[in-house]
Design a protein around this ligand. Structure first.
Ligand code: FES
Ligand SMILES: [Fe+2]
Length: 422
């Protein structure tokens, strides 16, 4: 995360701005208005759209990204991403995909036939010589396949290199990536970003199968110590990316018990998290000391990186890809350095499943899915963005809202997305 010397001063100013101004009042316009406007995501970014294994040769797969319907195609050894909507009368190609050549798609309704690479109408099979040929077309999208994932660029600018839009390290040559099966979560994508980084949300993981009955230190919430926040946060603002920030776990306050105070005849009641019950202060301290050194970072457009999770040698990556206003696609990957091709293959085919997917995906992030879906009614239908009451630890969510609002390349328009128009 080195920052060029010439931009160091700017970076420091930015950091000061983000860290020192939590932005509390709601009488002013909210300082994270672009975040609120980005219901359908940030435009002009690369997004994971599918796993490589979900697209076999000759196959296709419809996906919706940021409200836009696409068809991913693998034909003749090449990948394509094309608007899933015929220019003639708008039916979806994916309802009955027809590929008479490896380079074209033919609409099942009236035989309009398009190039897969540039989307231009090449011919109409039932009207040879149709004058619309070469004049009409459908949108196509830049597409790239790396590390077992298929990425699509949704935007209108020349796409930057993929590494600018993925959390740091993800594309490193020696990193072996094990991909879990992605799935849809019924919550807006922004709620997922905020949940992933939220220091107070760790409370929900007291009930995660991965930690029950173990000495893994889950608490009332990993709340940052305010006096250490500045040194614990590391911002990356290099152009054109990746842009994001990370915080280190040593800055966390680990609270295992707390007290509901007395009121009148009601006595005070001490509440202890399940994993700490029956343990002595010394044993609790040992749990804290043994805590894995993790760092958690959010990266534009919607990526989370947790280094050192669930064990120090593993890095957990996830993306919350906007599908529509109420749904995001949840991609999760477990990564480990591999010194040889054999080690890489072992991680991808077997070891990643046992060492990462079972504990982290099956045994931990299920709680996060539950939490995001629990937020959706309020934020999706009850104006939660303006009715929420934030508390101290939410300063870190606010940091992200402001950071993303200021740094994102573009906001996906609410009405333009379904038309495919910028
Ligand atoms: S709707 Fe596609 S050819 Fe008519
Ligand atoms: Fe979580």
């Amino acid at each position: 995360m080195a920052v060029a010397k010439s931009s160091r001063r700017k970076r420091e100013e930015e950091v000061t701005k983000f860290v020192d101004r939590p932005g509390r009042t709601r009488k002013r316009a909210l300082p994270w208005q672009r975040w609120i406007d980005a219901e359908l995501g940030f435009r002009n970014y690369w997004y994971p759209a599918a796993l490589s294994r979900q697209l076999t040769e000759g196959g296709c797969r419809p996906v919706t990204l940021l409200g836009e319907e696409l068809l991913l195609v693998r034909n003749g050894g090449r990948l394509y991403a094309i608007e899933d909507r015929c220019a003639h009368r708008g039916v979806r190609f994916s309802k009955r995909p027809l590929f008479y050549t490896p380079h074209t798609i033919t609409c099942w309704y009236h035989t309009f036939t398009y190039n897969l690479d540039d989307g231009k109408l090449r011919c109409v099979l039932n009207e040879p010589g149709c004058p619309l040929a070469g004049k009409l077309g459908v949108r196509t999208y830049p597409i790239e396949e790396r590390k077992g994932l298929v990425f699509v660029f949704v935007g209108d600018i020349d796409p930057p290199p993929l590494k600018c839009d993925t959390p740091p390290g993800f594309l490193d040559d020696d990193l072996a990536i094990h991909c879990a099966e992605p799935f849809e979560v019924k919550a807006n994508w922004r709620l997922a970003c905020e949940n992933g980084f939220d220091p107070g949300h760790h409370f929900i993981h007291n009930w995660s199968p991965m930690v029950v009955g173990t000495d893994y230190p889950i608490t009332m919430g990993y709340v940052s110590k305010p006096e250490r926040r500045r040194e614990a946060m590391e911002f990356s603002l290099d152009e054109p990316g990746p842009k994001g920030f990370e915080r280190k776990s040593e800055s966390w306050e680990m609270i295992f018990d707390s007290t509901i105070p007395a009121r009148g005849a009601e006595p005070a009641v001490k509440v202890t998290v399940p994993g700490a019950q029956g343990k002595t202060p010394e044993q609790l301290q040992a749990m804290v000391s043994a805590a894995v050194a993790t760092s958690v970072g959010l990266w534009l457009p919607c990526g989370l990186r947790v280094a050192g999770f669930p064990t120090p040698d593993i890095t957990h990556y996830e993306w919350y890809v906007p599908k529509d206003e109420n749904t995001h696609l949840y991609f999760q990957c477990g990564a480990r350095r591999a010194e040889s091709e054999e080690a890489r293959e072992r991680w991808i085919s077997q070891e990643g499943h046992a060492a990462w997917e079972i504990p982290a995906v099956q045994g931990f992030t299920t709680e996060d899915r539950f939490a995001r879906e629990g937020l959706q009614t309020f934020y999706g239908h009850e104006d939660g963005w303006h009715r929420e009451h934030l508390y101290g630890p939410d300063v870190e969510i606010v940091l992200w809202r402001k950071f993303a609002s200021e740094q994102a390349r573009g906001v996906q328009p609410r009405n333009g997305a379904r038309s495919g128009a910028p």
